[in-house]
Design a protein around this ligand. Structure first.
Ligand SMILES: [Zn+2]
Ligand SMILES: [Zn+2]
Length: 197
């Protein structure tokens, strides 16, 4: 498997590339900014971008979705409750709405969806190969805001409880570089993130 964390834009966003190293099929997670850098990485590694996966649809995570769609014709995966913002960007984009526990395949890699609302109604995490991409639900040492439209502190608390119960060895890859390091583990967050105590 090829897995790459790439810092993009001016808001400390992280985008991710997940690819099957045999079939060369790839997915880009949260292409908020710097699509050129993401496409370059894929080109250099001979990857074919088939899917764009979105942890949620705030502007800073979807700003470059259309650019990548136009270059690759990739399908866009988002939680069913947040498909609308993508439809508004470009109605030619094929949007596939997912729900909790759905599986998304990238080549032979199976990615499981964990719906973790609170930061936004459709906020979701992606679990695969001992890793979890947590979007703006869980950051290293902190969590996402719940005061934006659609945010809900109580719902967030329930989602965090579910994250806390996951395997401690799971590596946590957040949607922003807001912590002391770019990624951690569930176990590290249990010990160092006051929201997971
Ligand atoms: Zn957000
Ligand atoms: Zn964000």
């Amino acid at each position: 498997m090829i897995f790459q964390q790439i810092k993009v834009g001016n808001m400390d966003n992280f985008a991710y590339v997940i690819a099957d190293s045999k079939t060369k099929e790839a997915a880009i997670v949260d292409p908020g900014w710097d699509a050129g850098i993401l496409l370059d990485f894929c080109n250099k590694n001979n990857l074919k971008i088939k899917k764009i996966l979105l942890t949620h649809t705030h502007y800073d995570h979807i700003n470059d979705v259309e650019y990548i769609f136009k270059k690759t014709n990739a399908e866009v995966y988002a939680h069913s409750s947040e498909a609308e913002p993508i439809r508004k960007i470009n109605n030619k984009i094929k949007i596939i709405g997912f729900k909790n526990r759905d599986k998304i395949n990238v080549g032979k890699i199976e990615i499981e969806v964990l719906h973790t609302p609170g930061h936004s109604p459709g906020s979701s995490c992606f679990i695969f190969d001992g890793k979890i991409i947590t979007g703006d639900t869980l950051f290293v040492g902190s969590i996402g805001r719940t005061d934006l439209p659609g945010g809900d502190l109580k719902v967030m608390a329930e989602s965090l409880k579910r994250l806390k119960e996951l395997d401690g060895n799971l590596e946590v890859y957040p949607g922003h570089d807001y912590g002391g390091k770019p990624f951690s583990t569930i176990d590290f967050e249990r010990k160092n993130n006051s929201y997971l105590e």
